[in-house]
Design a protein around this ligand. Structure first.
Ligand SMILES: NC(=O)c1ccc[n+]([C@@H]2O[C@H](COP(=O)([O-])OP(=O)(O)OC[C@H]3O[C@@H](n4cnc5c(N)ncnc54)[C@H](O)[C@@H]3O)[C@@H](O)[C@H]2O)c1
Length: 255
């Protein structure tokens, strides 16, 4: 019942973590997939492995914070696969730093990649999709953009901005066949979290997660693919938590 045959997806950040798991799932549903990432080694390895399994996967080296590279990515995707129906915009960087320690340089770097990068990618893909009258955009926010965890001044602001922008685009394109949604994952075991969460952060986070564990990249990929299906045509403007119950939780007694 669920197939993406004949459709093309761009997955930014597709070389690693949540993005890579999403690339695998999309290609299992027979979509053509373009990995857009900075990490040449990881992306090339994924393309080698997946094309070896008969999947239709390509890599276009892209810095999502640079407008010319984003436009070249969309152009290159259209040249290679002839269409663009799905954008999974997952490229992002993390930072755990208290408000008083956050330097203007760190602030600018996080906002440039996570927020400006989202604007550039969603606008460039949105242009093609609005023109065609069909599209599915899944943006990457975070629980850090919803809740007030410590050490997330720049990161939380960038992700809260992604959710706000997603809602505006979803309104502007609601009658044009293009749905725009965002994921707000909690703690997911990836390279980013290994760098961003020290042992103390982990302990504090786990204490607030009703499922008492971090999630896997595959659990986020499944939510992303669900939002990208043709059948998910009546869902737009939504931020979907993938967080083991963290956002819904209140006082929890064990018995
Ligand atoms: N892991 C989590 O707990 C978690 C939680 C909430 C949100 N997120 C978000 O999910 C997304 C994916 O994160 P992940 O955990 O899979 O991390 P990851 O580090 O495994 O993957 C991120 C990928 O983005 C790429 N990237 C970074 N900057 C880029 C740029 N300027 N242009 C192109 N590619 C770039 C990296 O090379 C990497 O391959 C990020 O936006 C992150 O903020 C992650």
């Amino acid at each position: 019942m669920f197939s993406l045959k004949g459709q093309t997806a761009i997955v930014t950040g597709g070389a690693s973590g949540i993005g890579l798991a999403t690339v695998e799932m999309l290609s299992q549903l027979d979509a053509n997939v373009v990995i857009a990432d900075l990490n040449v080694d990881l992306a090339s390895e994924a393309v080698r492995r997946l094309t070896g399994e008969g999947r239709s996967v390509a890599f276009i080296h892209t810095d999502v914070a640079v407008a010319d590279e984003v436009n070249a990515l969309v152009q290159g995707t259209l040249e290679k696969f002839d269409s663009l129906e799905i954008l999974m915009h997952f490229a992002g960087i993390g930072l755990e730093q208290h408000a008083l320690d956050t330097t203007p340089e760190n602030w600018d770097r996080i906002i440039a990649v996570n927020l400006t990068g989202s604007f550039l990618m969603m606008q460039a893909a949105g242009r093609v999709m609005v023109d065609k009258g069909y599209g599915r955009i899944v943006a990457m926010s975070s629980m850090a953009g919803v809740r007030g965890g410590t050490g997330r001044t720049a990161y939380g602001a960038s992700k809260g901005g992604v959710s706000a922008m997603m809602r505006v685009m979803s309104m502007e394109w609601a009658r044009r066949g293009v749905t725009v949604n965002a994921l707000t994952p909690g703690g997911i075991e990836t390279a980013l979290v290994k760098k961003m969460h020290d042992e103390e952060t982990r302990r504090a986070y786990l204490a607030g997660i009703p499922m008492e564990r971090y999630g896997t990249p595959e659990e986020v990929a499944a939510a992303a693919v669900y939002l990208a299906l043709p059948q998910s045509s009546y869902i737009t403007g939504v931020t979907l938590p993938v967080d083991g119950g963290f956002d819904a939780s209140g006082v929890i007694k064990q018995n």
